[in-house]
Design a protein around this ligand. Structure first.
Ligand code: HEM
Length: 430
């Protein structure tokens, strides 16, 4: 971080309450000290800049997530992005596409449950079991590309392509289109970040338009000729004789699966390697015994510490008291899953990376309640397999000589590293 960012992080830890905005880019990147302070002094804190209520304690975040009647996921504008507009140029781009409709993540029960039913089966244990060899094979193929070099940029060479390849194969898009999927994911993430300038917003809208036209064409193909993929399931699904989903609904579902299906897992994998590099004693536990149990524990602790889906929006449907604060009806709130995972009341020494902690699985990195992550089992499986293959093939993970200190991206909802330059040794063949 530069000096100004470091100053802001220190300021938020000590200034009078009400004087810092958790949406400041420096605090989105480095929220740890601020989170500890909010837990102690202001578990429900209204951001003076945006007016958003930041809910940070574990018990309060869980209470919010479990009470979807009071804390709705339907926002004005129909989504979590910032696509509602009065900008004529932006409006002209959006007019060429399909409207932003609320489905799973941005919808409330009973409609939210209805949308989930169309795709739940694709993420069932049986479907995921069948995917395991593909995840392992893809992990090996990615490692083959950089192992001889002895160094790599882990995010772009492994963290991103693994989940992207897996979700593309599930969706049913050709692997040759991975660069397009990556570009469109970036556009959706850019919108969520709430940090785009006007040109960035216009470019994101153009990319999302391209995403829509691409997928509507694929959807038409699947209506004519269904295959065994999520695209076919989404476009042809008709539960209990209901009419199938329309194009805008399908696009909303597909974009959620695409974005949630790769960005978050990429972040967790990448931060996992960084955590091991910074905590040699934890890495040693895995090196001494890379058993399924230890890798499983590693995955859960990485999910807790990294919490890639750090904040999620909710809208209060009525005046409600939480953490001693009255949140007024229609206020926008953040359920801060990342901050909840750092709550000392729930996790002893919360900022320590400790794969031996007793309550590993109590983290809420995948949310809680009706919106509990659709892809939780998939990403757990990806992470377990990926780490296993990585430890079989590579040892002595370390920062690449002269590598810059890794930095997190400033994003209102997601928390992930922007890159990770590492060096390593190939495991000697027996
Ligand atoms: C480390 C990886 C992941 C993390 C940390 C994560 C986190 C989350 C969280 C916190 C929620 C709840 C949001 C809320 O309460 O508003 C959620 C929901 C969701 N996730 Fe994930 N996720 C991950 C991977 C995936 C994958 C691989 C998929 C792909 C299928 C996925 C698809 C979704 C969808 C569609 C929802 C909305 C479900 C609903 O509202 O019914 N996620 N995820």
């Amino acid at each position: 971080m530069n000096d100004a960012a470091t100053d802001m992080v220190a300021f938020a830890e000590s200034c009078p309450l009400g004087q810092f905005s958790p949406m400041h880019p420096a605090l989105l990147k480095c929220p740890y000290g601020m989170n500890q302070r909010l837990h102690r002094e202001a578990p429900v804190y209204q951001d003076p800049a945006s007016g958003i209520y930041f809910v940070s304690r574990y018990d309060d975040v869980v209470a919010m997530a479990m009470d979807h009647e009071t804390f709705s996921s339907v926002l004005p504008g129909g989504g979590t992005g910032s696509m509602a507009t009065e900008d004529p140029e932006l409006a002209a781009i959006m007019k060429e596409g399909w409207p932003n409709v609320s489905t799973m993540l941005t919808q409330d029960p009973p409609l939210q449950r209805r949308y989930r039913k169309f795709v739940d089966q694709a993420f069932s244990p049986a479907s995921l079991k069948a995917l395991e060899p593909f995840i392992a094979q893809t992990s090996h193929e990615l490692i083959d590309k950089f192992i001889e070099r002895g160094h790599c940029e882990f995010l772009s060479e492994f963290g991103v392509p693994l989940p992207l390849t897996v979700i593309a194969s599930q969706l049913g898009t050709p692997l040759s289109d991975l660069p397009l999927l990556r570009k469109w994911t970036g556009a959706f993430i850019g919108n969520l970040s709430q940090q785009l300038d006007r040109e960035g917003t216009l470019q994101a809208a153009r990319d999302i338009l391209e995403f829509q036209h691409y997928f509507v064409a694929r959807m038409e193909e699947r209506r004519r000729e269904p295959k065994n993929d999520i695209l076919s399931k989404v476009v042809n699904a008709s539960i209990d004789g209901e009419k199938p989903l329309d194009d805008a609904e399908c696009l909303s579902m597909l974009s959620q699966i695409l974005v949630a299906g790769n960005e978050t897992t990429s972040s967790a994998l990448t931060e996992g390697i960084w955590l091991l590099i910074r905590h040699p004693e934890q890495y040693q536990i895995i090196r001494d015994d890379p058993s399924t149990e230890n890798i499983h524990a590693l995955v859960e602790e990485v999910l807790r510490i990294s919490s890639p889906s750090a904040n999620m929006f909710r809208r209060a449907t009525r005046d409600v008291e939480l953490g001693g604060v009255t949140i007024p009806a229609n206020a926008i709130c953040f359920a801060r899953f990342g901050a909840a995972n750092q709550d000392a009341e729930r996790f002893e020494r919360p900022l320590e990376f400790d794969i031996r902690r007793g309550n590993l699985r109590e983290h809420v990195a995948f949310g809680k309640g009706v919106h509990h992550c659709l892809g939780a089992a998939l990403s757990r499986r990806e992470m377990n397999i990926a780490f296993k293959v990585l430890f079989q093939r590579i040892e002595n993970f370390r920062m690449a000589p002269g590598a810059p200190e890794p930095e997190f991206a400033a994003n209102a909802l997601l928390h992930g590293l922007q890159g990770l330059e590492i060096a390593f040794d190939p495991v000697a063949k027996a």
